[in-house]
Design a binder for this molecule. Structure first.
Ligand code: URP
Ligand code: ZN
Ligand code: ZN
Ligand code: ZN
Length: 466
């Protein structure tokens, strides 16, 4: 039996803040006791971690990553090995990545392929959602089996015709199935059919620069798709989780649905909270570094996203980490923005950026933990194993220095990508030490973990329904 005690820190969960010591045995939290009390003082352990002056927080749960995703003729540049190591550096101890069903193939084949990519590679624990690109009778039956096995959420796309796209009928069928089997449909809500027309027209006018990616993927077309997804889910009697919400009009659709009492949830990402179309407009093709879908929006949308996070119309902040190098990958779209691979790096930056939001007064400390750890764990059936610090939980714990200053940069990050979306951004707060199931994976800002420590973690169904 191995025992560790974390002493003297401020333990923060979604519900509480307390100066407490944390006792860990064999990879799990066994007890918390107020610092200095006889109970805490009586604990002996092989290893003591001094957390005085630091926060002791649950490891981050990033419910939206795409390691090695095939996209636009290339692959996202982080492997499961490099991407999960970077996640650990950034205080994230669980990722839920997306296995992909390609058209003409089964869900099982996609899941097997993604399991093979991740197996033995990960520094932290991982799970999978399933991207459903080909809804047919076999797929619908397979969804039931996957839910039973612990793949309890399915992403569908209203965008990307000819690739991941599902039409309304396919979406309705998958939603009807998930209403029965307990699965959660995650929706990429953009009207891809209309967007493709606008892309064609823009290119015909010679509008080829990255900034036009933001212009053709209109906020109204995100709002329209969000509204349609909500109505389809309502007809099916199914819950709905809308991924990577960026437009204020889409937040309004979610808020209205929730006011009606529907089980409708929304996720946003740090890039929509901290970046804008100003970045997409950077000259010399630099804007390509900020091409993702849904796209970055004009700055004024950010206030609606922050408000949504405070009012719980948005419940989760995930990264949608999907990095492509500038050299050789983003450059595929020189002369045609529609060929720029979509996605931004960020798995290492999320916990810090959201802590900066605490410093800036957008969020309370407990809300920080709620949107980054606890709610993603509950939404995707990982709670209370993940997402909190409580007896019985996995000892996935971050010792966080709330006073350290850092400057985000490609020079210092650990993601396998040749730029930082936040280059030069100063933030207050930094991960110091990270435990994954009681093992030190980051120790005083040194990587002490290993590929293969992280294990596949099956999930129960959504624990967040109204
Ligand atoms: O641009 C993005 N978001 N790339 C990843 C794929 C997706 O749609 O989430
Ligand atoms: Zn096949
Ligand atoms: Zn998407
Ligand atoms: Zn994504």
């Amino acid at each position: 039996m191995s025992r560790t005690v974390i002493r003297g820190g401020l333990v923060i969960t979604a519900s509480d803040e307390m100066h407490a010591d944390v006792l860990i045995e064999d990879g799990r939290v066994v007890a918390l006791a107020a610092t200095g009390t006889p109970t805490a003082e009586s604990w002996t352990a092989e290893r003591t971690i001094d957390a005085a002056g630091k926060y002791v927080i649950p490891g981050g749960v990033d419910a939206h990553t795409h390691m090695e995703l095939p996209f636009g003729g290339t692959f996202a540049s982080d492997t499961f090995e490099t991407g999960t190591r970077a996640a650990a550096w950034g205080g994230t101890t669980t990722i839920v990545d997306f296995a992909v069903q390609s058209v003409g193939h089964s869900l099982r084949e996609g899941l097997d392929a993604w399991n093979a990519k991740a197996d033995g590679q990960c520094a932290i624990d991982y799970a999978f959602h399933m991207i459903v690109s080909d809804v047919n009778q076999d797929t619908l039956k397979e969804m039931d089996l996957l839910v039973e096995e612990g793949v309890t959420s399915f992403k569908q796309f209203m965008a990307y015709p000819g690739v991941f796209y599902s039409d309304d009928g396919q979406i309705l069928r998958a939603m009807q199935r998930s209403a029965e089997n307990g699965g959660l449909i995650m929706m990429h809500a953009e009207n891809g059919i209309a967007i493709d027309v606008l892309v064609e027209q823009a290119l015909a006018r010679g509008e080829t620069d990255p900034r036009f990616h933001g212009e053709v993927r209109k906020a109204l077309l995100e709002a329209e798709a969000t509204h349609r997804a909500i109505k389809l889910a309502q007809v099916a009697g199914a819950p709905l989780y809308v991924v990577h919400v960026s437009a204020q009009e889409a937040v309004a659709e979610l808020a209205r649905a929730r006011d009606e009492g529907l089980n409708v949830f929304g996720e946003t990402c740090p890039q929509y909270l901290f970046l804008s179309t100003d970045n997409l407009a950077e000259p010399d093709f630099e804007g390509s570094k900020y091409v993702c879908s849904t796209p970055l929006r004009p700055q004024e949308h950010q206030a609606a996203l922050w408000r949504g996070l405070r009012t719980n119309d948005l419940q989760v902040v995930s990264t949608d980490h999907c990095p492509f190098c500038f050299v050789g990958q983003k450059e595929l779209g020189r002369g045609d923005f529609s060929k720029i691979p979509n996605g931004l790096p960020g798995v290492e930056n999320r916990m810090d950026l959201l802590h900066q939001a605490v410093v800036d007064g957008h969020l309370s400390r407990r809300r920080w933990i709620e949107i980054a750890c606890a709610t993603p764990a509950r939404m995707f059936g990982l709670y209370p194993k993940k997402g909190t610090i409580a007896p019985g939980a996995d000892a996935d714990i971050v010792i966080y220095d709330p006073h350290a200053e850092q400057v985000m940069s490609v020079e210092t990050h650990h993601m396998n990508v040749d730029y930082s979306a936040y280059e030069g951004k100063r933030v207050t707060g930094r991960v110091e030490t990270v435990l994954s199931r009681g093992e030190m994976v980051i120790t005083d800002r040194e990587f002490t973990g290993r590929a293969g420590h992280g294990v596949y973690t099956p999930r129960s169904t959504c624990q967040y329904l109204l």
